[in-house]
Write a protein that binds this ligand. Structure first.
Ligand code: PMP
Length: 286
């Protein structure tokens, strides 16, 4: 089946889809993005993703590419044309095309690209056996809450993880506290059984999966606290896991050389995995 991409008002064969060489996304990484999961043809948590998109655009003073209603139609049309029942839809909005110069161009139109693809087969081994993370210094800028396409530190960090045989790299701030993964949020369960994830501030992305899991934790009446945790505390944790749209609730069983718990996915991680799956499939308890 041939893939189709949406580029600035047109649906094009994926292989022919292109943006101008002076698109500011290409020149300056002057743009933002979202990745939304598709489950059974439904967009998972569409509204919070589009709220976060609006926020990222507003923080960078990039005009919305179109109304939310129109954007919803484009997202669905790209999903439909690519026959994605289970997968992801990706959207990227940049400050548009202009002669290369750092200040905002006086007149440019927000550029919008949307693609969709079926999910890769779920990595059963990672889910069943858990994954390894390494820790690296957080070398990013001071506005990690903006979902910018400027991802060079994340790219370098993920590559280091891959080269170390790890799934993810947890970034660590100057105080020795874990901020987040390169494309995931970080969680631990303390020896006392408390579920901990860092509070949302400018140091991390406010993950939509994180947000859903916070709601689930509250509904379930779990002991839950939002605060920073150190690498040392993470290594002593009873359980650890990470969350993202593409890797919801993946258990971490090793951090650098430290084995977490008994080296296998723990009970709370497994329970939250199942609860999140129900949420993503629209089977939320009423
Ligand atoms: N942190 C970072 C740095 C990310 O890139 C992502 C995924 N885009 C996340 C966290 C997780 O966010 P979400 O749950 O919205 O996918």
């Amino acid at each position: 089946m041939s893939r189709v991409a949406y580029v600035n008002g047109r649906y094009l064969p994926h292989g022919d889809a292109a943006v101008h060489i002076e698109d500011r996304g290409y020149q300056f990484a002057d743009g933002v993005y979202e990745v939304i999961a598709v489950r059974g043809g439904r967009l998972v948590d569409e509204a919070p993703h589009l709220d976060r998109l609006d926020r990222s655009l507003a923080e960078l003073r990039i005009a919305p590419p179109m109304s939310r209603r129109a954007l919803g139609l484009v997202l669905r049309e790209v999903v439909r044309r690519n026959r994605v029942a289970d997968g992801i839809v990706y959207l990227q909005a940049t400050r548009g095309v202009a002669r290369r110069d750092h200040p905002f161009p006086p007149a440019s139109r927000t550029a919008l690209v949307v693609t969709a693809r079926r999910a890769r087969p779920p990595n059963r081994k990672a889910i069943e056996e858990g994954i390894k993370v390494i820790t690296i210094p957080d070398i990013r800028w001071a506005r990690c809450d903006i979902k910018s396409v400027s991802l060079l530190p994340n790219v370098l960090g993920k590559q280091r993880a891959r080269e170390s045989g790890a799934y993810e790299a947890w970034q660590v701030d100057r105080d020795g506290m874990v901020t987040e993964g390169t494309s995931t949020n970080a969680w631990i369960v303390t020896p006392a059984g408390e579920l901990v994830t860092r509070q949302t501030d400018h140091a991390i992305l406010n993950g939509i999966t994180r947000r859903a899991l916070v709601a689930i934790a509250r509904q379930e009446g779990l002991a839950f606290v939002e605060r920073p945790f150190s690498v040392g505390e993470a290594k002593e944790a009873r359980e650890a896991f990470l969350t993202s749209t593409t890797a919801p609730v993946l258990s971490v069983v090793r951090i650098d050389d430290a084995v977490i718990g008994d080296g296998r996915p723990g009970p709370l991680g497994r329970r939250l995995f199942a609860l999140y799956a129900a949420h993503a499939e629209g089977r939320d308890p009423a």
